[in-house]
Design a protein around this ligand. Structure first.
Ligand SMILES: Cc1cc2nc3c(=O)[nH]c(=O)nc-3n(C[C@H](O)[C@H](O)[C@H](O)COP(=O)(O)OP(=O)(O)OC[C@H]3O[C@@H](n4cnc5c(N)ncnc54)[C@H](O)[C@@H]3O)c2cc1C
Length: 338
């Protein structure tokens, strides 16, 4: 069995890594000349350390707490001894995985009429499967929102991440620590100009650079799931309430490797994982707001008036129906999820 994987992000590289460990040959094709160049805030929730190598050299800091603000007012300030996640050096983390697998950089793949070709026109052939792990690049406006980010020299507490919610925005701003300062960004269902206005209020320090990208925000794309050859953000594996995509993408790669190894349908394996239902639950909340079943202000109030431990569980996708009922209440639960 030989597998071609398009895209050397967390999803594509992890898939190659998992397949190689099962003795399955895989080759990753990547447009750019190295991994990890896509704009990202580099926050990684704990939970994948046993799946892929995360060396201490790739960890910028360990996250031990978070602050949540609603319309500029601090509503949660949680700090403990428990490690909640990391700020990673994502390019270094990905380069470590890449060093264990076969990657062909500067190899942009074009799909036309069901065929995959490299830029020089040569056909990708000799592969039993071609898996698309191309991230947001293959998503349209209906599946993704804009997210922008400033890198500044503001010295953010290395153990604390901050989130800023607003009554008038379906989305949020963040301040994350970085190796030499902070990553300050915002994403949401709004234009880039509107996002820039919102984020002005949290921008701190001297701006060193600015970048942006799209981020999937509608949950799993069912037709791609059924096709069975998409993983990662190209499949929609981003938790819609938080924009967290690194860990979900790695988990989807794990599901694909299991499916290939065991000869099972990917859809079946992935749907049995908690991350799948968590993404879909959160996607229904976003859909509920867009359809006016709950206002943005109402959603922000729900998130900021509950027990912070519960909000954290919901945010990272480690929740069941009971937790969701506790968060939104029976009446709203029925409106959003029935
Ligand atoms: C501003 C911003 C901040 C974010 N912050 C966080 C965060 O802090 N934590 C978190 O968990 N998530 C975050 N995300 C989301 C996260 O970055 C992505 O969800 C995650 O990287 C998706 O992984 P992936 O492997 O599916 O896709 P990607 O990381 O996008 O990788 C896809 C790769 O495929 C390559 N590619 C695309 N098309 C082709 C082609 N045709 N041929 C060859 N190669 C191709 C691309 O060059 C890229 O390297 C953020 C997103 C944005 C926009």
């Amino acid at each position: 069995m030989r597998v071609a994987i398009i895209g050397a992000g967390p999803a594509g590289l992890s898939l190659a890594y998992f397949l190689k460990r099962s003795g399955i040959e895989a080759e990753v094709f990547e447009s750019l000349n190295r991994p990890g160049l896509k704009p990202c805030a580099w926050g990684l929730i704990t939970g994948i350390e046993d799946l892929v190598p995360l060396r201490k050299e790739s960890i910028i800091s360990e996250i031990k707490g978070f602050r949540i603000y609603l319309n500029g007012k601090l509503v949660f300030d949680v700090r403990g001894d428990r490690k909640l996640g990391y700020i990673i050096d994502k390019p270094r983390f990905l380069e470590d995985i890449a060093s264990e697998v076969e990657v062909r950089y500067n190899s942009h793949v074009i799909k036309r009429g069901g065929e995959y070709r490299l830029q020089d026109g040569s056909l990708l052939k000799g592969y039993d499967r071609v898996i698309e792990a191309t991230g947001h690049y293959s998503l349209g406006k209906e599946h993704a929102i804009p997210a922008i980010q400033y890198i500044t020299d503001y010295q953010q507490d290395p153990e604390i991440v901050e989130f800023y919610f607003y009554s008038g925005l379906l989305g949020y701003a963040w301040v994350f620590p970085d190796r030499n300062g902070a990553k300050i960004g915002i994403g949401g269902w709004a234009t880039v100009d509107t996002l820039k206005e919102f984020v002005k209020g949290v921008l701190k320090g001297r701006v060193l650079s600015f970048h942006g990208a799209k981020v999937a925000d509608v949950g799993i794309i069912e037709e791609r799931l059924k096709q069975g050859n998409y993983i990662g953000e190209a499949l929609g594996t981003v938790l819609p309430l938080t924009g967290e995509g690194i860990r979900p993408s790695i988990l989807s790669a794990w599901a694909m490797a299991e499916a290939i190894k065991e000869g099972k349908p990917f859809e079946k394996v992935f749907k049995s994982m908690r991350i799948y239902s968590a993404i879909q639950y959160q996607a229904k909340i976003i859909k509920g707001v867009k359809e006016g079943k709950i206002s943005t202000g109402g959603l922000s109030r729900v998130l900021t008036s509950s027990d912070p431990d519960l909000v954290f569980k919901i945010a990272i996708g480690e929740f069941g129906k009971l937790d969701m009922l506790k968060l939104v209440g029976r009446a709203l639960y029925d409106v959003l999820f029935r």
